[in-house]
Ligand binder design. Sequence first.
Ligand SMILES: Nc1nc2c(ncn2[C@@H]2O[C@H](COP(=O)(O)OP(=O)(O)O)[C@@H](O)[C@H]2O)c(=O)[nH]1
Ligand SMILES: [Mg+2]
Length: 437
Amino acid sequence: MFETIVALATPAAKSALAIIRMSGDDCFKVVSNVFTKDLTKEKEKGIHYGFIKDGDKNIDQVVLLVYVAPHSFTGENSVEIISHGSMLIINQIMSVLLKNGARMATNGEFSSRAFLNGKIDLVQAEAINDMINATTLESKDLSMVSLTGETSKLFRPIKDSIGEILSHIEVNIDYPEYEDIEITSKEEILEKCGKILEKIEILIKDGEKNRIYKEGVKIAIVGKPNVGKSSLLNALIHEDKAIVTSIAGTTRDVVEGDFNLAGVPVHLYDTAGIRDSEDLIEQIGIDKAKKAVENADLVLFVVDDSGIDNELYDLIKNQKHIIVTNKADIISYRNKHDIYISAKNNDINSLLTKIKEELNIGEVVIKPTFNNVRQLGILKQMDFYLKNAIKDTNEDQPIDLISVSIMEAYNCALDLLGENNKNDLTDEIFSRFCVGK
Ligand SMILES: Nc1nc2c(ncn2[C@@H]2O[C@H](COP(=O)(O)OP(=O)(O)O)[C@@H](O)[C@H]2O)c(=O)[nH]1
Ligand SMILES: [Mg+2]
């Protein structure tokens, strides 16, 4: 029995129309309490026009989209109320629905129900959330592939073949007197586990390549005061976000900005010139800058013709970094292998190319991949357990020990698609979704 849940699916802001979404066993009954027609008696479910009422009072003129289970996103009876997009109206409709038996949906509860009712698997559910949160087209397109179920389809045969090995091993354990079965099985285990491992490793490799489009990268800009760090941030994000002056110490706080680098969402941190300072406010900025640098995937170490600050360079030299010489427009000499830019003149293409090279950003290949942290983590665990199984088999360990590792790999496979302990696992995942999705 699923309670009837309700949420606003469109932004809580003034707009032409708003969509209030409902789902649950008693959904039609709840809506009928507040609608001009009794939906439970209507033969045609589809689209209905009428008024939402609080008692005798009309609240708004609306259109209802009525979905009958299992033909809805959640797999339950569902209604979408299309109302006028005023917050006053939306709040009134919501409160009259709550008064009549619905309750507010929690984050991701609609998707969670679709999952629990078997309409989508966990990878598809995650894809919906990833798609809503995508900030580049490439990242959205990658999620779209998973949303259609392509990614899960790719993985199911792998899961099934692990299950098959397990059932063969069961025969060996249950009938140990047939010694020749065990000998063939050992070879079989090695061959089959080897093949599966190969496939898993390809999935990990592809996923790692695409992960960057989902997660994005963090780049910190570091350098002495006045070398042009803020100018570089502004040039990269095409916006005058950080204040640029010729006064050293202008940037006190870390200024952040985003841009799209060939489909990869890049998050930039323009740091305060890191130097010893008596000024308390500046010192706080410097501490924050150091933190941003530690967390960065790449550091742009900006210099001008005043040379390198070695103390500062020591701070970042063990991290992935690029030394960038700025103010190329007023510097006449050139060292062959260095990167020269002019942030002020937006002449930064050589740096963009170098960043792509350092972070391995090429053309995105849109194909089914497991590319979020959870999915890749599980694939890596599977890789570990299968390698264990192969090692134990090679060392002639007892078959029941080998089967423990294979069983672990199988459990991981179930986790990946969300077929294990549905309830515990998903609460955590769906809580990251928006309300109304
Ligand atoms: N000639 C020249 N001046 C620049 C360039 N980039 C920045 N500047 C100047 O250098 C000064 C310091 O720039 P700013 O971006 O505030 O440096 P920050 O302290 O490192 O953030 C400003 O006067 C900028 O106009 C550049 O590419 N060429
Ligand atoms: Mg600055």
